[in-house]
Design a binder for this molecule. Sequence first.
Ligand code: RFL
Ligand code: PHB
Length: 389
Amino acid sequence: MRTQVVIIGAGPAGLLLGRLLDNQGIDTIILERRSQDYVLGRIRAGVLEQGTVELLDKAGAGERMRAKGLVHDGVEFCFDGDRHRFNFRELIGRTVMVYGQTEVTHDLMNARDASGAKTIYEAEGVSLHGFDSDSPKVRFGKGGVEHEIACDFIAGCDGYHGVSRASVPQDALRTYERVYPFGWLGILVDKPPVSDELIYAHHQRGFALCSMRSPTRSRYYVQVPADEKVEAWSDARFWDELRRRVDSETAEKLIIGPSIEKSIAPLRSFVAEPLRFGRLFLAGDAAHIVPPTGAKGLNLAASDVDCLAEAMTEFYRERSSVGIDHYSARVLSRVWKAERFSWWMTSILHTFPETDTFGRRIQRAEFDYLVGSEAAARSLAENYTGLPF
Ligand code: RFL
Ligand code: PHB
């Protein structure tokens, strides 16, 4: 087999890159380790920055999102029971869209199927070869048969545990990491959300988040210790804990019901540098991880592949390697700003085992500063709705 770009991973990064390249007439094959149903079943991100929304439109995959997504003008922070709304539209004239990652993935898969571009699911033992030369190859197994694809470029869009970053010689890679001593226990419920907008709550018992997927489907999270087991959390225990962490009005309004999904996600900050090794490029979670507090992971995957698609298009159209030469530096400059914002949101909203009374007063001062200063609120708004691509 031969193609121009082999994309490893059919998450949002891989599928969106495939779509953007397809629109430019560049031939791609996506190799995905899991089945299509498995990929579609993963419940993850829920908030799209304005730039991601515009990119999905540009990619020709935004129609269903425009019809079903919920435009949110702002979010609320609740600090030890005191609630404050930040109106992004008023502060900076920008908004976000609540539209699940599952839906984005579904739309991109449908667009890819309609265009006839090739995706190989359940590809086993994917391995990368010769990306330091002009003729890279990717090998994989399918149904007991070994295959090889010759290509011009490999895009590693295979997430944090993928094979692409692991294939780079260790001495060519620098990594930066922070692992937080807690995770998020999340549940999905077929009941209307407690509020029209998201509520991020800081409480001495730990962080909580009230989010949603649609007017009839809610998503809630509570901070739990990193080694917590999901089996220890009945629905009743979850609702009880959530109620204790939000303000009393929100607690009373919660519409509870049986969870249809319940899982714990660890929190981590991670960046690999650089993001290009010859003809291999890393994008999305393969390149960097943010804690979910700032709602940035999926959005970073989108801005990475926007930049990569542009660079590859320039290579094929103009025979210029300027774009691909600058990919790593361009992407990393935006990535680090999102890392900073996600770390900051995590720091002010969570309870850390080591935080003493001084640390708690500093967290409170951060909240009071955001509430009292338009400059601070505008900075929050600018980062939450997304820095320019
Ligand atoms: P993905 O989605 O992990 O996709 C990678 C794909 O690669 C496949 N793969 C392989 N394929 C072939 N061969 C191999 N050896 C392979 N190894 C792996 C995998 O099966 C998978 O299909 O990475 P991608 O595309 O970079 O997308 C990143 C996003 O999924 C991620 O950043 C977000 O979900 C993070 N995130 C959030 N991001 C936001 O922007 N807004 C949010 O509100 C938000 N909330 C969240 C989140 C992540 C969460 N969890 C579960 C960590 C909330 C949570 C709870
Ligand atoms: C979600 O709805 O899953 C969600 C929303 C906002 C975040 C993280 C997750 O910051």
